[in-house]
Ligand binder design. Structure first.
Ligand code: NAD
Length: 358
């Protein structure tokens, strides 16, 4: 496992790209629409690079590049560990999705995706919706997650939440000898598309729910619906059993781990560990089970993959539910080989990608 210094001003762009093993990175600029986007293709050993597009108001280009490089690498391992014939890719559009998104901008982005002739296939991520995929579809066939009425599989987030739910249950089985989450105190950070659906599963199972979100309207609405308690301050000090990060990445870091009182971390956010190497070790030493993000958040990817292969809802649900047993296998492997759970999952995924071991 490597920790790479993604400091562009110091190391140069090509150096950054090669340090994480990327095959190709495409910078997109359109004067007319103002589109500024980056498409990163990490690896295509197993198939075309599939990964969503994130629209985000990055503070600077370096931050956007860093994000797309880390996210696309995660997709390679997510596809591999889920047994999909897909490579890893991701795209970012620099801008505010609530004020700067237009059909013209989306269609221009679709044209850029099309120039890659299927080496990269896009989908939704933070800041993007199925409606945007519909616009992108007007310019390229290399897009998934398009609306059901257009023959697509729709929004992937319910399936992502379903996978996180089963991954969480796998971790619970491993830790407590029973997978039931009834009565478990669970904090969901981010009650957006994924967090909202996760909340529904956990509520049905009788978990004691705590929620946190920067969007006050949203959090108030769902708190009422699912009888969840809103937490606004000091969320990392809360006395809970499970922490589910479902907002943005890097919330698990040396500062927060010190404060966390949970037994399990299981959520959908990509790149939850600020430092993969050191943070996973600190978690292990604190006896906190970390269900690797790229393993348990694969439900949405499984769903859009099925869209390419010919959609079959039953198979998608079965494959996503399988995250339960994969999670338990990974936790056993980590224990048996004295690895962190992140390392155990990564080793397995790397074997599949680079040595084609299934
Ligand atoms: P979303 O934008 O619908 O929801 C994210 C929520 O987090 C929003 O409600 C937002 O207000 C909240 N949020 C943002 N910053 C926050 C902060 N600092 N503290 C608390 N809340 C905050 O996104 P989503 O589709 O639900 O995805 C959530 C995470 O899961 C992202 O990291 C995404 O990359 C990852 N993920 C999503 C999918 C999917 O199918 N949507 C698949 C795999 C991984």
């Amino acid at each position: 496992m490597q920790v790479v210094d993604l400091n562009i001003s110091k190391n140069g762009v090509l150096q950054q790209i090669s340090s994480l093993g990327h095959e190709q990175v495409v910078f997109c600029n359109d004067q007319h629409t103002g589109l500024k986007a980056i498409i990163a293709i990490h690896n295509t050993n197993l198939g075309p690079a599939l990964g969503g597009t994130r629209m985000w108001k990055y503070d600077n280009e370096e931050e956007a590049l860093r994000d797309v490089l880390r996210l696309s690498r995660g997709m390679t391992f997510k596809a591999a560990i889920s047994g999909l014939e897909l490579g890893g890719g991701k795209a970012v559009i620099i801008g505010d999705s609530s004020t700067e998104k237009t059909e013209v901008l989306m269609r221009k982005f679709g044209q850029f995706v099309d120039t890659l002739s299927g080496k990269y296939i896009t989908a939704e991520d933070v800041g993007m919706t199925t409606k945007d995929m519909k616009y992108i579809r007007k310019e390229t066939k290399y897009v998934t997650g398009i609306p059901k009425e257009m023959g697509g599989s729709g929004d992937p987030s319910p399936l992502t939440a379903y996978g996180v739910y089963w991954g969480m249950k796998g971790a619970a089985e491993y830790r407590w000898g029973k997978s039931s989450l009834e009565g478990r105190k669970i904090l969901i950070q981010g009650v957006g598309n994924v967090g909202g659906h996760l909340l529904e599963h956990l509520s049905k199972e009788g978990a004691v729910l705590f929620i946190n979100d920067i969007n006050e309207n949203k959090v108030t609405k769902v708190a009422k619906k699912y009888n969840a308690k809103i937490i606004t301050d000091n969320i990392y000090d809360l006395d809970i059993d499970i922490y589910a990060p479902c907002a943005l990445g890097a919330t698990i870091n040396s500062e927060t781990i010190d404060r966390l009182k949970c037994s399990i971390i299981a959520g959908s956010a990509n790149n939850q560990l600020a430092n993969e190497k050191t943070d996973s070790v600190i978690l292990k030493n604190k006896n906190i089970i970390y269900a690797p993000d790229f393993l348990i958040s694969a439900g949405g990817l499984i769903n859009v993959y099925s869209e390419i292969k010919g959609y079959n809802e039953k198979q998608v649900l079965e494959k996503t539910k399988h995250i339960y047993s994969t999670t338990i296998d990974i936790l056993h492997k980590a224990d048996a080989e004295n690895l962190t759970t992140h390392e155990a999952a990564l080793l397995l995924a790397k074997d599949i990608v680079y040595n084609k071991k299934k």
